[in-house]
Each structure stands twice: as C-alpha cells, then as structure tokens.
Design a protein around this ligand. Structure first.
Ligand code: SAH
Length: 348
C-alpha cells in the first residue's frame, strides 16, 4: 500500500477554510472562490483543468495541495435500468464503491463512508475484512463529483448507504453533509440526503443537535433484541428500546419521516410472527419499512425468501397499517451486494 499523504486536504476544506489557507496568502478572494468552484461545482479532477487561474497558482497548488479525491478504476453499467456501480481508487491505494441510480424523481448516488466497516453484520460483505479507515469529507464528496463528471448528469439525491457505518465516522460525515448542501457547493437540499445507520444510539441523539433536515434510516432487520443480536453485533451494545428512544428524539427535531430497513432472510426473520412483532414496534411512528430481499454474499450462507413470501410479508405489515416499500432491485445484472465489487477487485 502506498504511503498516506498527511498534509492539508484541500477537498475537505469548506469555503471559509479555503479562505484561511496560507497557500492563498497573496491571492485575491475571488481567486480562492474560483478554486472552490472548480472543486465543488465543476467537478474538476486536476488543477490543470482550472483554466481561468494563473499557471503559477495552478502549479503551486498541485505541489502544495495535491487533490486527494477519487479516481475511477472501473465502472459497470446495468443494461436493464442504467444503474452504474463505480469502483474508485483512493490516493493511498484503497478502494471504495459508489452507485449511481436513475429514478423518476431524479438521479441518486449512494456513497461509502468508510473503507471497510467494523460493525460486523452477519449478512454484509463490507464488514468481512474489518475497518481499514474512515473516509474524509473530501473523499465522500469526490465520489459524487466524479460520478457527476462521468455521467454528465445533475445529481439531486444522496444516500449514505454504501460501505461503512456513517455514524462511526461522525465528524467527517457532518462536515461532508454541510459542504454537500452548501450554496457554494452542489447545493443539494438537506431533505434529499439520507443517512443509514445500524443504530449507534448516542450518535443518533447527537445528530439531532446538528439541526439538519436530513433523513435517517435505521437498519433494523429483526423485531426483537434477541433475534437482532444473532445477526448484528451492535445489538449487544444498544437495545432496541435505546435505539428507538434515540430515533424518536431525532424525529422530534426535524419531523422527517423515518425509514426502517429490513433485509429479509429466509427462515430467519421472515415469519408471520416477525411481521406482527415488527408492526407492533413501529405502530404510531411516522415511518415506512423498506424491505430488502437479502443479497446472497459468497462468504455467507443467507438466502432471500421467494418473491411470494416477500409479498406476503409486505401484505401482513400493510394489514397492520405499516407503509412498506420493497427495494427496487437495481442493476440486477451487475455485481450485486454492497461491497462485492470492491472485494472481488482487491482480491486480484
Ligand atoms: N452501516 C449502515 C449502511 C450499511 S449498507 C447501516 O447499517 O445502515 C445499507 C443497507 O444494506 C443496510 O440496511 C444494510 O444492513 C443492508 N445490507 C448489507 N448487506 C446486505 C445484503 N447482503 N443484503 C441485503 N441488505 C444488506
């Protein structure tokens, strides 16, 4: 693995940070704004492209503030629905995955928040090698910028549902969201940003204090603590009561409808009894359940229920008055489960 560059990271600096950077000491303010615009609105991948800057400044920046963004390594595009799965190379030789999806309501990007993950969920491919490191705000932004550059499309929705536990990289995540939704950057609406967490209760509470209008999704996957502990180690740290208290506290802050993700695993959490217990847990909460037939991971022995049973589970929840969506299967013909593309690649 290459050595990690430890100097100032220009892509992670907001406009005020850039203004204060000594590298711009003798520059006019509008020059700094131009650089910020190239980096955060025009998806620049190098200083050379910043043609309205003096050559000397471009060269100084290239030397003193190397761009630590993502570089496209490979991309797979689904012939069925145009979904694209990207594998990006980071400056230290690590890799992360991101996904581009087209929806009726606009284009959406799913980003990774860490290289690997230490949460250890039994069904998830991203956690198999543990956590390598956190992503910086710039690396999270860069996934979106480079996809915007590659597709030429305007991205309107961002979900933090790729590899990693976003709330385990809290400070960088919040900084990333502030820069993403800043009017000097992509200016994406906070309401169009969703963060998915396995349920780090204290961090959920802390997130409320940031006063953001972002949506929160909880990876629930089981209706009881007992069952949840068998597939999600984090359930040993925080009980469902603690997590739900934190979620409701968050909800009181911005009143954004909560999402509960529920990956259906055949013979594990897909019984009528589970649906009933789940409905009981969620009754009275402004939320919907997103059912995800589990994606088989080579190293794991989990299977999704047949479509018929997925539909039955949905109908049961609806009977109890719960709103349900089944995650639309995007890009069925490209590397399936989260983290699989990266794993396949890194192994080579
Ligand atoms: N750490 C965050 C983001 C994880 S990925 C979280 O836990 O929410 C986004 C969602 O995909 C989570 O709900 C995760 O539990 C789920 N997931 C991971 N691997 C899966 C698989 N093989 N099949 C179905 N869902 C999976």
């Amino acid at each position: 693995m290459e050595e990690r560059y430890e100097g100032p990271d220009i892509l992670s600096a907001d406009l005020a940070g850039l203004m204060a950077d000594p590298v711009f000491e003798n520059e006019k303010k509008f020059r700094v704004k131009q650089v910020y615009e190239w980096l955060h609105r025009k998806n620049a991948a190098s200083y050379e492209e910043m043609t309205n800057l003096p050559k000397a400044l471009r060269e100084r920046l290239a030397e003193k503030r190397p761009l630590l963004g993502c570089v496209k390594e490979t991309m797979q595009e689904s012939k069925i629905d145009g979904t694209r799965k990207y594998l990006f190379r980071l400056h230290d030789g690590n890799y992360v995955e991101s996904v581009f999806m087209r929806y009726h309501h606009g284009d959406s990007v799913c980003i990774s928040s860490q290289v690997g993950c230490r949460m250890g969920c039994a069904f998830c491919a991203s956690t198999i090698g543990g956590l390598t490191r956190n992503l910086t705000p710039g690396e999270m932004l860069s996934q979106i910028y480079m996809i915007g550059r590659d597709t030429g499309e305007r991205i309107s929705n961002v979900v933090v549902m790729g590899t990693g536990e976003p709330l385990d990289n809290y400070e960088n995540l919040v900084r990333f969201i502030r820069m993403l939704t800043d009017e000097n950057g992509l200016n994406i609406s906070e309401r169009n940003v969703t963060v998915s967490t396995c349920g780090l209760a204290p961090k959920i509470r802390r997130l409320r204090e940031e006063d953001l209008q972002i949506n929160l999704a909880l990876s629930l996957h089981a209706p009881t603590d007992e069952m949840r502990r068998t597939i999600m180690p984090v359930a040993n740290r925080y009980s469902l009561d603690e997590v739900f208290d934190a979620l409701l506290y968050y909800y009181e802050g911005n009143r954004r409808r909560l999402t509960f993700e529920y990956s259906l695993i055949a013979g594990k959490n897909d019984s009528a009894e589970c649906a009933k217990l789940l409905a009981g847990r969620l009754s009275g909460i402004n939320c919907f359940v997103n059912l995800i037939p589990v994606n088989p991971v080579t190293e794991r022995d989990f299977k999704a229920p047949d479509t018929y049973f997925v539909q039955e589970f949905k109908k049961l929840l609806e009977k109890y008055g719960i709103h349900v969506t089944i995650r639309r299967e995007m890009g069925r013909d490209i590397d399936g489960a989260c983290g699989q593309l990266r794993k396949r690649y890194v192994k080579k």
